[in-house]
Design a binder for this molecule. Sequence first.
Ligand code: F6P
Length: 458
Amino acid sequence: MSRLVVVSNRCTVPRQGSAPGGLAVALNAALRQQGGVWFGWDGSVAESTRRVPQQDEVDGIHYATVPLARRDYDEYYKGYANRVLWPLFHYRIDAMQFSNAFREGYRRTNAYLARKLLQVLESGDTVWVHDYHLVPLGQELRAAGIKGRMGFFLHIPFPPYDVLRALPGHVHLLWSFAAYDLIGFQTVNDRDNFLDCVRRGTGAEVGEDGRIRWGRDSSRAAAFPISLDPADVQEMARSARDGRTVRRLEQSLHGRPLVIGIDRLDYSKGLPERFLAYEHLLDSYPETVGNVVYLQVAQPSREDVPEYNTLRLRLEALVGEINGRYAEFDWVPLRYLNKSYARPTVMKFLALARVGLVTPLRDGMNLVAKEYIAAQNPDDPGVLVLSELTGAAHELGSQLLVNPHDRDAVADAILTALRMPLDERKRRWREALDVIERNDIFHWADCFLSALDATSGR
Ligand code: F6P
């Protein structure tokens, strides 16, 4: 078995003995089994990027990390990755801020990361590259003579051709996928969008089975819906039960049902639309006023990207308006928290909630949806109100699927969830949990790596 080298934009070296998150658990399991290293940006911005990658070993996993230069951080990470590809791949051409400097920064930083990665690669290594920051990395490695198997997994959606076409240089971007033997997507829909873009944008030959003939090279594209470890989520939800924070939340509800949203503060998550739908619920169903609490945790994210700051101001104004209109001296309808909590606390918050609100305008998968299901108490499970524009909706059809742009439908779904009888909640929840248990995060990693191993290589 060849060594595995995992590459992701961020590579956070955990502290000894600390509990890693979902994706890290699965990749660590694969890294332990095959041996290898996890390579990526250490999250710092440095004056000099001349040194060799920093190598660390924590709990048996090897990490190799590098800093980014200020200019690379601005043009590659903040610029091309998060102001061009992120909005475009989430179907938001209007939010895309393309510039040639960003595109050049993306190319230059991928070349820099490839040069650093070459210092830790060994011949025959299998390389697994993650996400939109690093599409051209494979091509850089191939140009340097790397022949081993290379896979790529896209964690976010892949847009249809008419959206992708708005990107100057999209044909070049499409060709850079040719370096990979296997290209993975969250859903069949994303894979089909990609194959259509390849067919129409590059003229490469695309087969029904997801095989692509780029000329001399060939690749395979397939869907591998990402997941989590449900047992780990259940354990976290249980272990946090006696924590002070969770007790305080429970007491503060005074028996009212809790509606919860946990999201990164990102414009793809549909937070303004969600707040307005909740206001519409209070407007249309007066019996809910004073009798329900909506807690929205909006974790700060990409705070130095201007579009995120604009969104934060908009949300603050909306929360002020809704609470100003409806709050009473002993009840606040919308509790808005612009901060992050430890993962076990979040899992217990999810477990306490009668309704989980996951209503992005577009999302590759959305693991909070799966976490909500996994965290529920089997004897009294809640109901998920889930946007049909998420990858998770392809698997969690037993929950209440909504169009996040349809304020009436979201308000009605919250009410239906609040009123749903226990038997029905249990039946729908069991169905959703079965799906998650069948395709957990370990199964996801196994499927991708076995499929990569089955490719003919270069
Ligand atoms: O979902 C895509 C993603 O890039 C994740 O990989 C990451 O955890 C999250 O968004 C946060 O993004 P960033 O690394 O820009 O803080």
